[in-house]
Structures are given as C-alpha cells and as structure tokens.
Design a binder for this molecule. Sequence first.
Ligand code: MN
Length: 357
Amino acid sequence: MSASPSSPPAKVPYLRIATEEAFCPKEMLDIYRKILAAPVVDPGFLSLMGFYMSSPSERAQHIMRCLVDLDDIRIQHMNESGIDVQVIALTSPGVQVMDTDTAVSFARFANDVLADGIRRHPDRFVGMTAFAPQSPREAAKEIQRGVNELGMHAAVVNSHTHGEYLSDPKFWEIFEAAQALDVPIYLHPNTPPANMIGPFMEAGLDGAIYGFGVETGLHALRLITSGVFDRFPKLQIVLGHMGEALPFWAYRLDYMHAATVRSKRYDAIKPLKKKPSDYLRDNFHITCSGMAWHKAIAFTQDVVGEDRVLYAMDYPYQYAIDEVVALDGMDMNPAAKKKFFQTNAQRLFKIPERNHS
Ligand code: MN
C-alpha cells in the first residue's frame, strides 16, 4: 500500500473506472480456514490465502480489512484515489478451491452479498458474477441469474479449477451462457496448480510477481488454441496485467502456431480460422491492473487497438494513488485516454447512466 498523498488526484475530463477490483465476503474466510486446516492443501492456495489470512504484516492486514468491506473503507479509498466506479469481482481463488457443492452454493451467496453492496452504492459499484466451474451446468445458470436477476455486468473466473482449464469442451456451457447474454468473462489469475507450482514456489515467484501471469497467460492461450473463439466468435474475455504478457508474444505465437499446424506435431494444435493474434484483437479486452506502466499500455494499444485496453487498479492488492496520478499524466491523446479510463469500460460492461454523472 502506498502512503496517502495530501490531496486526491486532480479533476480530469473523464471518469476513472477501475475494472479489476476485488472483494471477499467474511463467510468465505470461514470456508477457507477449513480448507487450510485439511490434511492436504493445494500448495498455491496455502501460499496465497494461507499467507494473507495469517500474516501480521501491514500489507496483509490492510488487504484483508479492505477485501471484506463494501462500504465506508472502500468508498473512502475510492474518493482518496479518484476512482469514480469500481467493477468488483470475488477475490481469487473464489469458490474454485472448494468442493463442488460448496462452490455452487457459495457462488450464489457471494453474488447476493455483492448485489447488496451494489444496491447500497449504485453509483459507485458495478459487479461481476462469480460461478463454480466445478459444475458447468450450475455455472451457466448462475451467470444467467447474476446478469438477469442481480444486475451483474460480467462474470469472473479465477483461472484453473483444481488444475483444469476452460479449454476443455466440458466447460463450454459457461462460454455459451456468456456469449448468449453478451457479457464478458474476466479471466483473473490464480496461483499455478499443484503440478506446475514447484519451480515457482522454491523461488518465491508463484504469486502476483510472476506465477499468476504465467499461469493465466497459459490459460488464455489454451482458450485460443483449443478453438473456443471459432466456436463462440462473439465471446469476450478480459485479461488483466497487460494481457498477462500475451500481446508481447503475438508475433511468435502466430509464427509458431502456423509452423506447428503444418508439421502436425501435436493433436492439440489444430488449424484455426484465424491467427492467434487475431483472436487477441477480436475476443479479448486487456486491463492494466497492477501494471501502471505507460510503455506497456501504449504497446498493447498498438497491438489490440485502443478500444480494447482499459484501466484497472487491482484494489485492494494494489492500492496506489501515485499510480493514478502517473496514468493521468500519460503522454496519450485525450480521446484515447478517455477511452482507456472511461468509455471502453462503459461499453464493454454496459455500465448504466447512473454511473455516468
Ligand atoms: Mn486482481
């Protein structure tokens, strides 16, 4: 957390809409405590929530205090950092570390808690619906309920679920529901699964510093190469952290995907209708969560177009007022900057008029 400057960021000719902001119902921590006390615990979950839920460090205590709040603390921090609207999602790993029955019922509970918070602060909060990939049928139903009954504007998934990826067609009911409802799915990071995390853990690199990005980038790439977007051409996936580095990989992905298809080396690498980078441009939106870096933002705007790059803070994990000031000051034309902070999010998440004041 950064120290509060004496004054909030200056008035600017755009709304600042932060699009990857996290919350956690207190009740989820009770479930997490039980999971952490079991004889066998997923190493990534133990490393992540085992740390945040028990560390006396100021950073961990601050994050836990902010995560469970959907009222005064959050609104005060939004005011202090000049954030007009937060697009809020259940924090990682959400329900995906739970058993199927618990995950299905808790996703509903968490969505109700978030919807209540949005009702209390309708001009400041916009919600994403959580769902349990453990049951694709129930997940699709909860996405429908979240959008149609609770007024959510997107769905969120925290990357892999017990080591399984949404590139497996058994999960594709989820994409079918999102495409039919015309809501994006935010593919948010999780720690790498047990069969991947070892070399990250031994170096202390399994979390947000690097492991998140590698694992979530892999997940997004698996969606592309498995043909998800040939099957669901209108589906929109949101990736944080400057696209988990995939825009930087675009050239090599295109070259090597074509070469691998030609050589018939892997059954899993099939011909696609388009190049991998075309799907990045047509089926992804990218936020700058945790990556308040103009050069990376400008490069990504160049690769996927300035209509597809959005602002995010990653509150409360990254509560950094100086980053807002730095991004306000980016050397970017005013129209593009307004798209980045405001209008891309309004269009993608269909944020209603009440948030436009
Ligand atoms: Mn995040």
